[in-house]
Design a protein around this ligand. Sequence first.
Ligand code: NDP
Length: 300
Amino acid sequence: SRVLIGGGSGFIGTALRKLLEHRGYQVTLISRTPGKNKITWDEVKKTGLPECYAVVGMQGSNILNIFRRWTDGFKKEVWDSRVETTKTLAQAISEASNPPKVWVSFSGVGYYKPSYVYDYDEDSPGGDFDYISQLATAWEEAAKLPAENTNTREVIIRSGVVLGRDGGAIKQMYFSFWFGSGGVIGDGMQFFPWIHINDLTRLVMHALENEKVTGVLNGVAPETITNWDFTKEFNTVLLRPGFFPLPRPIVNFALGEERAKMLTEGQAVVPKRTLESGFTFNFPKIKMAFDNMFSYRKWF
Ligand code: NDP
């Protein structure tokens, strides 16, 4: 059966597509550009949803793109590329004559307010205190199907920082760590919610295939770590000293304070509903994740 993935050409989507194809699903990407095994957003708007078993929404302009200044224009692009596209998908699902069985839409742990004190599970409050949290709320709202929908199961995955060799945070940070200059951000005491890409794609699969899974799932590993723990593990696996801390003012200056908070602040997030739903992590601890990502180190 067919699975549609909005934004499926990116870092997470590529890994998900491979896993789905390995399990015998057909995958069609929804993209801004046409191509093989792809449909465009305009086509979805004009002709509706093609027949499919499931839809996964993970499109969005990369917020931490350091080549883009944090201007009102870029903020609107970041917002619309998630919220407007998700509205398009939700509407197409609700209007489909043969609707998909399940609809999984992404969101982020930026929903929860950074804190050194609180642990957040899926039922904790949030989503209303700054740009990123308001974006998470609007993104999740956009995914909601009309109340009369009973055919399509709805799942939201609030993801932490996704760790994998081929993209995302690790790829962005790899060179500074490789050169031995990867240090903590600020004092390093802020929490760093994370998940290994292999677990995240397995979590999507779990949501697609288990009829009991509904609602919000935190896409984070069970082990809560700080930016200091993350930095230490990264440097250990690369055999680097990692001397140079990155002072907050520099990060604020480079990224703009509003978005720099994604790095300089953090939240302790627990995957409560995720575990209750029966999901088991392959990489519950950060050390296991790094050993897996940089397993070539075992060769010498
Ligand atoms: P990528 O940047 O690798 O890929 C996202 C895809 O979205 C792109 O391949 C692109 O597909 C599409 N896209 C990019 N810009 C736009 C735009 N302006 N309008 C519409 N579509 C666009 O992201 P990831 O795979 O890393 O992440 C996927 C989703 O998960 C994102 O929404 C992200 O916010 C969320 N997430 C990611 C985390 C991470 O650590 N990576 C953490 C938490 C949440 P195409 O070119 O085919 O149109």
